[in-house]
Design a protein around this ligand. Structure first.
Ligand code: SF4
Ligand code: SF4
Length: 426
């Protein structure tokens, strides 16, 4: 990091010693996982820089923006509309934590049999190591899975600014009405806390900024259907992860630059792996920073990841919000349409998710699917069974990996992935 940020972290109330340990671990993991890759696009230098400053410069930007009266809104889920946050000149940051940190403290509040993602969110707060949590004026939790829903009841005692967004469970007209009403109430809350009125102009601008960011990422992801793929799955995942933290306009510019570079690579048939390398498609639970374990194993075993049906993947960015709304109400309706079409496993029934996996598998020219779930995540684990049955009928090779954030099962997973790659080659 270019500057000494310790005074800022102290002001935020971080535990400096524990925070140093976290930064050291993440820095080491990053070096090993990302910097050892060959043939990376030059444009990834921007993302290396962002990651090197993820607790430094970006936090300083948030703190400076707060001094100017802007509000920082932290969230854990892709159903929280960034468009609305931007329409009150707020800043949206993702808070999902991807590392096993202070789980012993988290387990004082939560059963051991809670998914790593929820435990990490608690661990990061309890150990005082997340400057994004501490920078947030308000944190939005959402009633999605039961684990999160009940954990938020406890989290409210630790984070008083926690705001709960209720989500429907069924893709019905009534469900969509509920989501729309929740977004209307959320918009009012944002107005009240920021002291700014949402106007048609401010909301339109918010929609355009977020759509531009999504379109830039969609450009990069579409180019991965080329053989050889011009970018690794790890680097694509990194872009998807930074999507939730970075300044949206600067991020869009950087992603468009890398998309230009990848277009050139595709024209020249220049890839990160040799032509014909086994191509894996990933589905399942989100992979928050620094959860790079499974993609790292896959790509150091001779295969390449070409697409992902994850929230740190297409569920996060593929759909756009219709920009033709004229009034605030009209635009909130269109925002609702967009978010209601995300197919998270918390919905029931959820047939479109399965169809989407099949469609994407074909579009990306993949040879096999790896379904990644976090232990104790019932929605994705249960849907994983239906996905496996369906893909089996079609003869699509599929591997299910159920894991957590620890490194204990790394070699066991590697052995299974290597066997799966051999199966795909056949
Ligand atoms: S998996 Fe579902 S609950 Fe989790 S972040 Fe994605 S949409 Fe939200
Ligand atoms: S990974 Fe599964 S159990 Fe964990 S928060 Fe997401 S949906 Fe809930």
């Amino acid at each position: 990091m270019a500057e000494d940020y310790r005074p800022m972290w102290t002001e935020q109330g971080l535990d400096l010693e524990t925070h140093d340990a976290l930064l050291e671990t993440v820095g080491e993991m990053y070096g090993k996982t990302f910097m050892s890759q060959k043939n990376r696009p030059d444009g990834m230098a921007y993302f290396d820089f962002v990651m090197s400053e993820v607790h430094g410069l970006r936090i300083k930007e948030l703190m400076d923006a707060k001094k100017q009266g802007r509000k920082v809104i932290g969230s854990f889920c892709v159903y929280v509309p960034e468009e609305l946050v931007l329409s009150v000149d707020g800043i949206s940051v993702g808070l999902c934590a991807g590392a096993e940190f202070a789980f012993d403290q988290a387990e004082k509040y939560l059963p051991r049999t809670t998914c790593s993602l929820i435990k990490a969110a608690f661990g990061f707060k309890l150990a005082r190591v997340c400057p994004y949590v501490e920078a947030s004026n308000m944190i939005v939790g959402e009633n999605t899975c039961d684990g999160k829903k009940k954990a938020y009841e406890i989290m409210k005692g630790i984070i008083p600014s926690l705001y709960i967004l209720d989500l429907p469970q069924m893709k019905s007209e009534e469900g969509k009405d509920l989501l729309r009403m929740e977004y209307v109430v959320f918009a009012k809350k944002l107005e009240q806390m920021s002291g700014k009125k949402i106007t048609a102009e401010s909301l339109r601008k918010g929609i355009e900024i977020v759509n531009a960011k999504r379109m830039a990422v969609n450009r990069v992801m579409a180019l991965r259907s080329a053989d050889p793929a011009p970018i690794s799955g790890l680097d694509a995942l990194l872009i998807n992860q930074v999507f939730f933290y970075d300044d949206p306009v600067r991020f869009t510019e950087s992603v468009n630059k890398i998309a230009d570079e990848l277009e050139e690579r595709v024209k020249k048939k220049q890839g990160v792996v040799p032509d014909g390398a086994p191509r894996v498609f990933l589905s399942g639970c989100p992979m928050a920073v620094p959860n790079w374990k499974v993609p790292g194993i896959i790509e150091t075993s001779g295969a390449i990841i070409v697409g992902e049906e994850l929230c740190t993947g297409e569920r996060g960015h593929q759909l756009l919000t219709d920009e033709s709304g004229k009034t605030v109400d009209d635009m909130i309706n269109r925002i609702t349409d967009r978010y209601f079409d995300i197919h998270c496993a918390v919905f029931t029934p959820n047939p479109r998710r399965l169809e989407r996996i099949r469609e994407m598998f074909g579009q990306y020219g993949a040879h096999g699917v790896i379904d990644y779930t976090l232990q104790y995540c019932q929605p994705y684990q249960i849907e994983g069974g239906a996905i496996a049955d369906d893909l089996k009928k079609e003869g699509t090779p599929m591997l299910r990996i159920d894991t957590d954030y620890s490194a204990g099962d790394t070699e066991q997973i590697r052995t299974r992935v290597q066997a799966f790659i051999e199966q795909m080659k056949k």
